[in-house]
Design a protein around this ligand. Structure first.
Ligand code: CUA
Length: 182
């Protein structure tokens, strides 16, 4: 098949760019440990603040010692807006929203998830010691730019423990299915 030189240049150019773009995507996904969420749990957004899973918010530990953080997003604040966790320890975040979609982004880490009314988002990651900005990265209204929080990561040996007891419903099944019953 005879392919015109000019067309060949475009073909190889396009192929090269596709390789470059998909390659950089793969490298950043693997290198940055980016993963899609895989957790589906629902909640009534109108009653999220009194739901046993979110009635108390902050840092807690399960009976295996796992560190958890429970956060509610609303226009225009994260509740709580400051949490302190130990370094080098897997921390599981549980998020929801009472109004619109917010984005919980722990800047300069791979900790990030949307907070969606009606759903409980969950992700687990760990951090190096330091102070991190938590930004809202989904436009949620006029106060969006002011919706920020702070994550303090202290060396594991200096961590003074969770700020609260584990919620009554520490590991609830998704609505409509009771895993404990099976
Ligand atoms: Cu909340 Cu933007």
């Amino acid at each position: 098949m005879n392919v015109d030189l000019y067309e060949k240049i475009w073909m190889y150019g396009t192929g090269g760019m596709l390789t470059l773009f998909f390659g950089s995507l793969a490298v950043s996904a693997v290198g940055g440990q980016m993963q899609p969420p895989s957790h589906v749990e629902t909640i009534n957004p109108a009653r999220a603040m009194s739901d046993p899973r979110f009635a108390t918010r902050g840092v807690w530990q399960d009976d295996q010692g796992g560190v958890h953080v429970t956060v509610v997003g609303m226009m225009f604040a994260w509740l709580p807006d400051h949490v302190t966790v130990p370094s080098g320890t897997p921390v599981t975040f549980h998020l929801t929203s009472t109004d619109v979609i917010h984005g919980y982004q722990i800047v300069r880490t791979n900790g990030q998830s949307m907070a969606i009314p009606g759903y409980v988002s969950q992700f687990t990651t760990q951090f190096a010691p330091g102070e991190y900005l938590i930004a809202c990265n989904e436009y949620c209204g006029l106060g969006h730019h002011a919706m920020a929080g702070r994550l303090t990561v202290v060396p594991a040996a200096e961590w003074t423990g969770p700020g609260m007891a584990a919620p009554a419903a520490a590991a609830p099944p998704a609505e409509g299915g009771d895993h404990a019953a099976h």
